[in-house]
Design a protein around this ligand. Structure first.
Ligand code: COA
Length: 257
């Protein structure tokens, strides 16, 4: 697929996806969601890629939300379909990828933009970043997982306040409440994401994907995360990476996964 709204770069085992509609503050229109789905699918299938960084182009925005101009005249059914399709093709899809995805939040992450960042496995932010779920100011609620993932990350009370006030919080506040793991100067954001990603890519990608499944299982209704952990733990013992990791430790050498 030829991309018009995103850029995809690969460097060794690391890939970077940049949402590239800076004039619209990288707002997520339908075409961008389709392209993101295709790009994530390609990278998930690429055995050489062991971590993905997701960011926005320009210095102002990660993503300023779903593209309001596209849904302003939607009916009840169209609204529900928009949300369901988004969950299925992008937000849940990214959350459940076996390749780790780091959101590098370089500016505004609002509405669907913050929801996209929250679908990534974890987030880092630049000092100028501003985050919020302003949907109720538009007469709607977060529809791409925000009412579920924000309370999981920051706690119910903080999420209630952020959603009800429709306000934005600073990168520092986001760090304090656990929404982002690190805050850095804007020019250091991608280097920091790459540094963290390179630590990840040295480890067993097979074990990392098992860990993602076990962690995510704990947030799914009707599934016992501890049971999933037990199964995934057991499965690891049948992998080449387990043989390599444990042998390397005992041989006092670095593993070659
Ligand atoms: N959907 C569609 N277009 C958007 C957008 C969105 N979510 N966010 C920004 N844009 C567009 C603006 O319409 C503007 O386009 P134009 O130049 O053709 O008029 C352009 O991006 C630049 O935005 P602008 O509002 O002029 O920048 P600003 O610096 O004054 O304000 C924001 C920045 C982020 C505070 C403001 O753009 C905003 O509130 N955006 C909407 C955020 C939102 O409610 N998101 C949730 C959607 S569910």
């Amino acid at each position: 697929m030829k991309f018009e709204n995103i850029l995809v770069e690969k460097k060794d085992s690391l890939a970077q996806i940049t949402i590239n509609r800076p004039k619209k503050l990288n707002a997520l229109n339908k075409a961008t969601i389709v392209e993101l789905n295709a790009a994530f699918e390609d990278l998930e299938d690429d055995e050489n890629i062991r971590a993905i960084i997701l960011t926005g182009s320009g210095e102002k925005a990660f993503v300023a939300g779903a593209d309001i101009s596209e849904f302003a005249d939607f009916s009840v059914d169209e609204g529900a379909r928009l949300s369901k399709l988004g969950h299925h093709t992008l937000f849940d899809y990214v959350d459940n990828l076996s390749t780790p995805v780091i959101a590098a939040i370089n500016g505004f992450a609002l509405g669907g933009g913050l929801e996209l960042a929250m679908s990534c496995h974890f987030r880092i932010a630049s000092e100028n970043a501003k985050m919020g779920l302003p949907e109720v100011s538009l007469g709607v609620i977060p529809g791409y997982g925000g009412t579920q993932r924000l309370p999981q990350l920051v706690g119910k009370g903080k999420a209630m306040e952020m959603i009800m006030t429709a306000g934005m919080i600073s990168a520092e506040d986001a760090y304090r409440c656990g929404l982002v793991n690190h805050v850095t100067a804007q020019e250091e954001l991608i280097p920091l994401a790459e540094k963290i990603a390179s630590k990840i890519t040295r480890n067993s990608s097979v074990a990392i994907s098992a860990a993602i499944r076990a962690i995510n299982a704990g947030f799914e209704d009707g599934i016992n995360g501890f049971d999933v952990e037990i199964d995934e733990f057991g499965e690891c013992f049948g992998t080449d990476d387990f043989v390599e990791g444990t042998s390397a430790f005992l041989d006092k050498r670095k593993p070659n996964f």
